[in-house]
Design a binder for this molecule. Sequence first.
Ligand code: SAH
Length: 233
Amino acid sequence: MIYFVSLGPGDPELITLKALRTLREADYIYTPVPVSRKGRHTSKAAEMMLSLGIREEQIQLYDLPMSKDRDGALEAYDLVARTATQKQQDEPNARIAIVAEGDCGFYSSSAYIGEQIEQAGLATEQICGVPAFIACNGRLGGQLVQLEEQCTVIPGEATEEEWTRAWQSTHTIVVMKGSLCEAEIKSAITRYPDRKWHYFEFVGMPKEYITSQTSDILEREFPYFSIIISKCR
Ligand code: SAH
């Protein structure tokens, strides 16, 4: 069985017991190491698992190119899918895990990797987890949505019409992948001053940064690991 294991947003205490048990029992845990123009970064996922007692020999690191052009990332996911498939065919009793940040069923690379593995005829199972936007709202306190309110999630990119509809609605708007829409958010902050704006970076990690001051958000350079939550109250 190949398990897609959700790690949660980064705080080791926000992994589920089921995910942790699955990792403890896994023989091979495929884990991304972000690689950017600045070089190879440390794998936050690997660090977090080691802090939870997962053994180094279980962790199989793979390079994940981080850039706006998705081709490098897709190649990396293809390679993981092929490697995990081959491993499972060579060792039918091996327990294989592929980790994902947040929840593995929410804008996750697991979708793409899973399709390839299923096409090869292997069984997969998803272990759900805490998505980052839920952790962001938890840091803020209060309800993300309550009573009849609705929530719209935008994955960093949308048409002009979709953005306008979102800002003009009374919905709570969650925007993922902040680096893709920094200009849109900054312009919306000035155009929709009656909305409340909350900004989150690296939630649950040592370099976490959170602010609800629009002047701070306007000065910030948004990294990829940022989320904006805008509410009407
Ligand atoms: N599966 C993830 C989402 C992956 S899409 C989940 O369930 O949350 C990648 C986006 O998730 C990033 O661009 C960022 O917007 C958000 N994200 C993931 N972890 C985050 C964190 N610790 N802090 C802030 N944003 C995070």
